[in-house]
Ligand binder design. Sequence first.
Ligand code: MN
Length: 236
Amino acid sequence: MPSTVNPSLIDDLVVANHILVNEGVLDGFGHISVRHDKDPNLFFIARSMAPALVTHDDILCCNLEGEVIDQLGRHSYVERFIHSEIFKLRADIHSVIHSHSPAIIPFGVTAQRLRPICHMSGFLGSSTPVYEIRDSIGESSDLLIRSQALGHDLAKVLGPNAVALLRGHGNVCVGESIKQSVFRAIYTENNAKLQLQSQNLGEITYLTPEESVATSKMNDQHLDRPWQMWKRRAQN
Ligand code: MN
């Protein structure tokens, strides 16, 4: 691992793995990455393993081609190209989460779009695009983002948004920091549950685009508060 990286970034990445499992976003699968604080062409991610068990020694450094550069015989996740291609296309993004968090799945397989239903999920904005892997490689894939080409297609569909769904598979949440991507991943799952509940009661009043921007801006000023709580909860 390049010695110049800020060690607290790796500390936070390890903790984020545990938080995301503890809060029901990740299970035995899924991953979170963070861009190198000194070299934007590198990022850190765990070796291929269950996120709940990740320690400092399991963190690898990858380049934007998705190659592990300090491999020591270890391998990262097959779907690391989700991270490398989003980091390549989005200079503003410093952390990427790919999960299969369950409540979001229905919105990737129906015409019902995931939309911001409350002030904690304004970052969803007016659009949560769905990536259809069949558009890239036809109808017989295993749905995994196994190549740079698939990662690129997904990153294009994500566009400038905070969240994109992968049809029949999961989602990606991106942020300018680990704290922001973790916040977004947890509240995206939360929003999906609330939306599923609300639609049984009748027509839903969603946030307006202006409310989405204003609430998102407000929450970004308080990312540390829930982070400290989630961290404590994950460590107990
Ligand atoms: Mn996956």
